[in-house]
Design a protein around this ligand. Sequence first.
Ligand SMILES: Cc1cc2nc3c(=O)[nH]c(=O)nc-3n(C[C@H](O)[C@H](O)[C@H](O)COP(=O)(O)OP(=O)(O)OC[C@H]3O[C@@H](n4cnc5c(N)ncnc54)[C@H](O)[C@@H]3O)c2cc1C
Ligand SMILES: NC(=O)c1ccc[n+]([C@@H]2O[C@H](COP(=O)([O-])OP(=O)(O)OC[C@H]3O[C@@H](n4cnc5c(N)ncnc54)[C@H](O)[C@@H]3O)[C@@H](O)[C@H]2O)c1
Length: 465
Amino acid sequence: MTYDFDLFVIGAGSGGVRCARIAASHGARVAVAENRHWGGTCVNLGCVPKKLMVQAAEYGDLARDSHGFGWDFAPGHHDWAALIAAKDHEIARLNGIYVSMLEKSGVTLLTGTARFEDAHTIVIGPGELAPEAPVRRVTAARIVIATGTRPDLPDIPGIAHAISSDQAFHLETRPKRVCMIGGGYIGVEFAGIFQGLGSEVDLVYRQHLPLRGFDHDLRTSLHEAIAGRGIRQHAGRSPVSIRARGDGYMVVLDDGAEIETDCVFFATGRNPNVGALGLNHAGVSVTAGGRIVVDAVGETNVPGIFAIGDVTNRLNLTPVAIAEGHSLADRLFGHGHPREWSLETTPKAVFFSPPLASVGLTEDEAARDGTVDIYLARFTPMRHTLSGRTRKTVMKLVVDQASQKIVGAHMLGDDAPEMMQGLAIAVTAGLTKQDFDRTVGIHPTSAEEFVTMRARTRVTVRTAD
Ligand SMILES: Cc1cc2nc3c(=O)[nH]c(=O)nc-3n(C[C@H](O)[C@H](O)[C@H](O)COP(=O)(O)OP(=O)(O)OC[C@H]3O[C@@H](n4cnc5c(N)ncnc54)[C@H](O)[C@@H]3O)c2cc1C
Ligand SMILES: NC(=O)c1ccc[n+]([C@@H]2O[C@H](COP(=O)([O-])OP(=O)(O)OC[C@H]3O[C@@H](n4cnc5c(N)ncnc54)[C@H](O)[C@@H]3O)[C@@H](O)[C@H]2O)c1
């Protein structure tokens, strides 16, 4: 049987683009379909525009903090429309780069929505990016599903009044008041963005602390940092309905409390994009939540059909999707061994102000495997000794007592994501507390604290049999 392509990739996001380019560089005949935006979520409605908006929000703090150093800068007026236009200009530039990168690699680009006709046949029809696209049918020896996720909003009365992150990037004006629902990555990051740009923010989340899954000391410190920014937190609460009121909205919580706001923003997780794929025609299995199940090399239950990135709903981060796409292409078409990497030591960051970053195990996770030594530092960073801002940096090392390996590193504070990238190398390499102790610091920095924490804060004994 001959096929039109050796590899067909559905979705040109972080994972799909990398997989297609690397496969083509190995000599494979590759096509990729995209129905919404070249570059996917990260470039268009995720990491990149989000980080630009986080950076925009930081300028107000910097202006205010400068007073303690003798300056008289004032934050002044922020022009939301100018920010959105500048951000859109940059995103359009990046879209162009993604298209030309794929074309230069020899990948065939097909604009439209792809769906399975059978396990080797894909039909490409109209999509958001090309509503008039003609229907095309192609065959491929192997197919990679890299279709990502989309926002998941609960079905409560009045939900049509709410927005998700997709719309937040294109609001015409900045809402004066924002009610953010969800204490995960997006909820925390956008609460920070809107507050930093001048909005009054209410943050509603179901747990007693934000950022479930992160280390407890970081979550507690983040709770304090959020309160320190003047964001009102409604912990342990969920919304039950939304209704229009005047020019704004009223959000009713499960304890009967009401929040009056101008914008109701749901950041309550995301669902895999599988609805339009016709997976049943190919026999590909999904879980009840729509997640495509794959084995260790990314293959689904159907031989020759693979899935990478967020659509598999494991650790939904751009570098993970890229790593999966790259190693799959190497494995299928390259020579030698694909790069080995691990989800366990993949670093994570949440771009609040101050930001938070982590690698490896939390204290609770580590204590399930054995007794752990905890090193914890909490201090006022040098800038804020003069800025007048009450801001604490928190740093934490989780050390397996038996082997003395650093199994987790966690930080809340300025530059935490930048520092964590280096620490992730140390944790991935399995370095020990002694290796940290014999490393000389850089002075004066906050980072040096990671190699000067001498006194153990506590011992946490093994919690499981
Ligand atoms: C607001 C926000 C902020 C984020 N910030 C960060 C961050 O700071 N750091 C980080 O690491 N991660 C971040 N993420 C997560 C990151 O964006 C994702 O992990 C990453 O984009 C996943 O890549 P992917 O290739 O799996 O999917 P995507 O990038 O979502 O790409 C999937 C592509 O498939 C297309 N598609 C879907 N169905 C079809 C079809 N049937 N036919 C054709 N095309 C189709 C979609 O249009 C999309 O372009 C953020 C996400 C969001 C929403
Ligand atoms: N900095 C980054 O790396 C970054 C930034 C943004 C997004 N992301 C990725 O995108 C994913 C999606 O982000 P997200 O913030 O939407 O998801 P999330 O899973 O991080 O958080 C969703 C939150 O909403 C809560 N929730 C769910 N349903 C609810 C309801 N009905 N009422 C109240 N709360 C409810 C959940 O308990 C959870 O705390 C993240 O998990 C992450 O993988 C990464």
